[in-house]
Design a protein around this ligand. Structure first.
Ligand code: EJD
Length: 400
């Protein structure tokens, strides 16, 4: 086996300036080689599409059970009990995965489609009747998922304001203990206690995703001890991700008016448009795996036990995989992007996310012919998520 020593970099991918503007580091890492040793954290980084794809699909050599953040669960106690889906490998991973993938598959979502399209129309009507200017983050990207998803899970009305801060905390926790993680510290116990309390059978309405997870336990597809943790996965991974995915799409359209025009002309492009926005912006920027054995990737040896940092956002803009990768372009085929991951852990909620995006973008495209930036866009920093804090826009309505 060829065992090239990888090039080294002292860069900190979780430093504020890199989180704010990651492209220069991505470019540097892709150029340096297929594998780069990040000295600051003692991890190996993959920033090219080919290697990220390989690591994501080879779960036998790149495990998740030691955690998919920087922290190694074999040596450090995780901040909460590990996720049965995200932080597990076959065979333990498979039963919870099977239950959720059936629950969140397109046929199971059919009953939500009409409701969500109506909810999107109402939201857009309300936003437009409040005036032409709004913050697309709060008024649209946050408001829509918060209006439809917690109801679909069967969550009660109280405490929903904890969902976004909890997700933000969970996604920060995949990175190093920097100032972002420290800022979440004071609320960790309170937010965790609230989320855990929402995962019991009694806390959930009897016709939502939550109740169906408990019903799967009654059928024996899961144990009753696993059910609340699978509900917790929905509440952790189901809100912030879609919010920032929608934020990415709205920002992309505000800055690419010609692409918005294309969508207005052909609203059936909404689904592809959302995937192109996920490719272009990669709301989930990074994830780790752990090498289960000495493994060669791109001609370089990754020693057993080391953490591997995968740059999804960089892979999604790798010029060896994409023509003109930095262009947000509805005419390209974005399939093969790794913004939802790839392989056995690929986003189990992606059909839910796409349905939310399709509903909101379609409703907007019916009423709004131009989304014009109306002030500086401000980033929200998170160790994993590429997010907007605010996107001031002016919505130009279509004459009706
Ligand atoms: C995630 C990157 C969980 C969980 C599952 C998935 C994520 C986070 C948490 C979505 C990671 O099972 O709690 S995108």
């Amino acid at each position: 086996m060829s065992t090239l020593t990888p090039p080294r970099s002292d860069a900190d991918p979780f430093a504020d300036d890199v989180l704010e503007h990651p492209e220069p580091l991505h470019h540097e890492l892709r150029k340096a080689g297929p594998v780069v040793h990040l000295t600051r954290y003692g991890v190996h980084a993959l920033a090219r599409h080919a290697e990220v794809h390989t690591a994501l699909t080879d779960w036998q050599h790149f495990e998740s059970g030691a955690g998919v953040g920087l922290s190694d669960f074999r040596h450090e106690k995780p901040w909460r009990s590990p996720s049965l889906l995200l932080e597990a490998d076959p065979p333990h991973h498979d039963a919870p995965r099977r239950v959720l993938s059936e629950l969140l598959a397109p046929p199971a979502l059919r009953r939500l489609r009409e409701q969500w399209y109506e909810a999107a129309e109402s939201l857009v009507d309300e936003v437009l009747s409040a005036g032409a200017e709004c913050d697309a983050v709060t008024a649209l990207a946050q408001a829509f998922p918060l209006r439809v998803f917690p109801d679909a899970v069967g969550l009660g009305p109280d405490g929903r304001e904890h969902l976004l801060p909890y997700g933000n905390m969970a996604f920060n926790a995949f990175g190093p203990v920097n100032h972002l993680v420290e800022a979440d510290g004071p609320r960790r116990a309170e937010l965790s206690a609230w989320v855990d309390s929402r995962c019991t059978r009694e806390a959930l309405a009897d016709d939502g995703f939550g109740a169906r997870i408990w019903a799967a336990a009654d059928r024996g597809d899961l144990t009753h001890a696993q059910a609340p943790l699978v509900v917790r996965s929905l509440l952790t991974a189901g809100v912030d991700t879609t919010v920032h995915g929608l934020g990415a799409a709205l920002h992309a359209f505000a800055t690419h008016p010609d692409q918005w025009q294309q969508l207005c002309k052909k609203p059936e492009l909404a689904r592809t448009a959302f995937d192109e926005a996920v490719r272009w912006a990669s709301p989930v920027q990074t994830f780790f795996r752990t090498a289960t054995a000495d493994v060669e990737i791109g001609g370089t040896l990754l020693p057993a036990g080391t953490k591997i940092l995968m740059f999804l956002g960089s892979a999604n803009r790798d010029p060896d995989r994409w023509d003109d990768p930095d262009r947000f372009d509805l005419t390209r085929d974005p399939s093969g992007h790794v913004g939802f991951g790839m392989g056995i852990h690929q986003c189990v909620g992606q059909h839910v996310a796409r349905l939310e995006a399709e509903a909101l973008l379609t409703a907007l495209a019916r009423r709004v012919h131009r989304i014009e930036p109306a002030g500086p866009a401000r980033r929200h920093l998170n160790n994993t998520l590429r997010a907007w804090h605010s996107l001031p826009v002016r919505l130009h309505t279509t004459a009706q």
